[in-house]
Design a protein around this ligand. Structure first.
Ligand code: MN
Length: 299
């Protein structure tokens, strides 16, 4: 809120009518800035980025205490992103159909400029076609990597055994990272960055429950793919693999399966139950998702 007061003062010559739940609204030559009582500040307009820059992301995030994620000791040092490191990311966890795929990749410092140049970035902002193209390119670049696919049958089996999805993800990340390290020079140790999906102590609890140890060079951060080229590369390869698996499963069921877990997915589940029977689902879906029950009502 301190930042918002400062902003209010800074923009005092540009004030507009205050909308409901807002602290103020200002219109500058660059942007329309609306600060809300919740601490959220909205910047709109084609040159809004220039206004955002003035305040710094840190200051703004701080003003928004409510949405702040709990922080931890295993945030990567800022220097990590420009150094050779291993990145790890998974795909398919929120999708009813299809497996979970995970990739860990070692990106050496001297390949980073090239990766940037070819457009390696957050896989969520890329089309499936672009992802496939970049993945093919990355896999041909001779960087140590490991890609694992947790197929639906196995996923459902582990889930029935009592594994949470978080534990499955942790074990996939751990296995891929171990595989990459096995391909590398044992004398040197590199930083490892995992795109964070749970708190580090929870991750550690999962892997130690299976007799594994957390490498002391492991770091965790959310949205790591926007900072680390290694995580971005890993996320592209994991996503490309997921897309490919979905294409194969679609051929198996006879129509293009949808990603995600929307009501449209429920319709597809109902169609599969009608045409192939309920016993077919575990081979193509994460059956513990609430979608299964919703679809059963549609049959
Ligand atoms: Mn991720």
């Amino acid at each position: 809120m301190k930042t918002i007061q400062k902003m209010k003062n800074e923009y005092k010559n540009y004030m507009e009518t205050t909308p409901p739940h807002a602290v103020f609204r200002a219109k500058t030559p660059y942007a329309v800035i609306t600060a809300y009582q919740s601490g959220k500040v909205l910047f709109q307009g084609t040159r809004a980025a220039e206004e955002v820059r003035k305040w710094g992301k840190a200051a703004l995030d701080h003003s928004n205490k409510k949405n702040e994620k709990p922080t931890h000791e295993k945030q990567p040092p800022q220097t990590l992103f420009d150094e050779s490191h291993i990145g790890s990311d998974e795909s398919g966890t929120g999708d009813y159909f299809g497996p979970i795929t995970n990739c860990a990749m070692f990106v050496p410092q001297d390949k980073m400029a090239l990766l940037k140049e070819i457009g390696v970035q957050d896989s969520k902002t890329l089309t499936d076609e672009k992802i496939k193209e970049l993945a093919t390119y990355l896999l041909a670049m001779d960087m140590p990597y490991s890609l694992m696919v947790l197929k639906n049958e196995k996923y459902n089996q582990l889930q029935k055994q009592g594994w949470s999805q978080g534990k499955m993800k942790a074990m996939l990340h751990d296995a891929c990272i171990k595989n990459v390290q096995a391909k590398m020079d044992k004398e040197t140790s590199y930083g490892i960055l995992i795109d964070q999906f749970c708190m580090p102590h929870v991750y550690e609890k999962h892997i130690t429950s299976e007799g594994r140890k957390l490498d002391p060079h492991t770091y965790f951060m959310t949205k790591a793919e926007t900072h680390s080229l290694a995580v971005a590369a890993a996320s592209i390869i994991a996503r490309a693999s997921f897309v490919k698996e979905m294409e194969d499963l679609s051929k198996m069921v006879g129509f293009p399966l949808l990603k995600g877990a929307s009501p449209k997915v429920d319709q597809q589940i109902a169609k599969i139950i009608r045409t192939k029977g309920k016993q077919f689902l575990p081979s193509v879906a994460k059956v513990h998702f609430a979608n299964t029950k919703k679809a059963e009502k549609l049959v």
